[in-house]
Design a protein around this ligand. Sequence first.
Ligand SMILES: [Zn+2]
Length: 241
Amino acid sequence: MAELVPLRPAAVLEAWEGGLAQGTVERALTLLALAMPGATRDALADLSIGRRDALLLELRTRSFGPTAPCVVRCPRCEETLEFPVRLPDLRVPAPAAAEAVVTFGDLRLRVRPATSRDLLTIAGAADPVRALLERCVTAERASAGDPAAVPAEAAELVAAEMARLDPQADVRFDLSCAACGAAWTTVFDVVSYLWREIEAEARRLMAEVDALARTYCWSELTILEMSRPRRLAYLRLAGAA
Ligand SMILES: [Zn+2]
């Protein structure tokens, strides 16, 4: 896989601009394409969702550090919980096999985890679950080896197998509320988390560019390519920080 580089300020603005009108699956690809200039968007789209998320965790760690501050509302008493999540702790080892064969009646089902391409393709389908099943599962008669349709009754078994093959795609952790004692499990969605950070960082950078360009008439790129301490020093001199 191509090398992953941290998102520099100019790339943060590019990511924000590119992802603005996109859905979650496309946004994840936009972020990775900027961070991995050596990989084609096609190759990134063919990564499993877990592999994609592992790369996004790495990207976030390299761009903004390994600790992610989280804010969650207690589902029972609505108290706000604030806690840091160590992103390297969310990494799950990938299973050795990229696909699995499971038996369902007289069928052999070859199962692989879903990719971004799968999710983008099934987005407009009348029955997305069925469409995903057809993309990620190949069925054949165990005896004759003839191709067969994937039975709808096998969906649960197949879904469990897909999840087992790609554990990084569904990262959960336990939380408890100090105020009321409620305990629950929450999902860490790295795409949404990183996107919110990109949005906030892009707005901050644009405000800085705005302030410095007004005072010094420097170009956007010149300002974005400065180190952060240097940009902040000029912002102070300009009376904007
Ligand atoms: Zn509570």
